[in-house]
Design a binder for this molecule. Sequence first.
Ligand code: PFF
Length: 446
Amino acid sequence: MSQRETWATRVGFLVAAIGSAVGLGNLWQFPFKTAGNGGAAFVVFYLVAVLLIGFPAMLAEFVVGRRTHRNAVDAFEELGHRSWRIIGAVGLLTGFWILSYYNVVGGWVLRYILGSATGSYFGNAEGYFVAVSAGPEAVLAQGVFLAIVVGIVALGIEDGIEKATKVMVPSIVVLMLGLAAWVATLDGAGAGYSYFLSPDLSTITANAGTVIPFAVGQAFFTLSLGMAIMITYSSYIGEDDNLPVDGGVIVVTNTLIGVLAGLIVFPILFANGIDPALEGGASALFIAVASGFGALPFGRVIGVVFFGVVLIAALSSAISLLEVTVAYANDNYGISRPKLAVGVGLGLFALGLPSAWDTAWLTWFDNFAYQIFLPLSVLLLVLFVGWVLADDAVAELRQGTGGLGAFGPLWLWALRTVVVLGVLATLALGFDTMFLGESPAAFAPF
Ligand code: PFF
């Protein structure tokens, strides 16, 4: 068997994991979930969910990946019994499912970069969205986006993913800081900041029951959990990496970038007199923000930079998800990486066709992912790590830290209680929404 690949450096792992986490979830869904769920009050729930549920769950994925150095499916077999492979398989399937429509949205972003450069959506943002978001043009753009993703993954861990994300992630941060500084100069920006940053406490208490599960789902999506990504990425790291510190860096950076996205998007909307609460859905980023660019000085340049950032972020996430399936097949069937990347890419293209053809399908795929696949996948994972691996998991977490103190037992306790309860609540609500006829509106990003 050939030598398994590894990250060249610890920073390489960190940057790739941040690249995976920072994506459409931060730049697009987070601002508009915030808008649809009561503004800053949602931000508070989201931050709590990230810290209390997302962070411990991320460490659980790291423990599985690093302990076994295997792909996400075989890792579970190695930790006990062949039947545990089902946990990894659910994660792999969840990731495959999500990537199928994520590529479609990636294709839209490509079109919006072109549209910004030529100014073709200026004056008719809605018409442009309708034209590029569904049908043959969307299918074509999906294919182009996917081809780029396949190309990077085909090059491998060190030469492909690590090198690409080392350029992408710093570019995202620098460009976003630049955009945020520019946005601060807009007339009316202040209303955007206060909408995003000053929570109305009465909405928090009144909506806790429904908003908590939304916030938990968003925390999983944005941290790339439940898709076998973090298991796969951490399977390429060494024993001396400090997992809690690495996880902390990833969570904090990802959260700050999400907040930065809000600090860009909301002021643009308010400066243009657009009410975010009325502009949710698919149109959100694409129509509302785009029409903002149409009305602003230097709109073309700003539009290209903005959608360029979204594209880079989406690409660095999509490569992480393709890598999960490629790693699994590479470990098991010994087929070369480039062939696998192309083969899996074709499968993804096929599964993405309904979403590219009609945004109603895209909405359905996304709802199913958020409400069923993601919480189910994380639930299986945390039950396994919390109850089956248990003390072995704490020992693995300790490795490379020089001692965890009370953090180890606290983490295990959190996995078994807070995390399991939060995920169960999310899954129950998702089940209710998907199968018992409740409106999924509050979830739908499209
Ligand atoms: N954390 C990613 C995001 O927020 O966009 C989630 C993700 C989605 C990762 C799709 C990878 C992916 F292909």
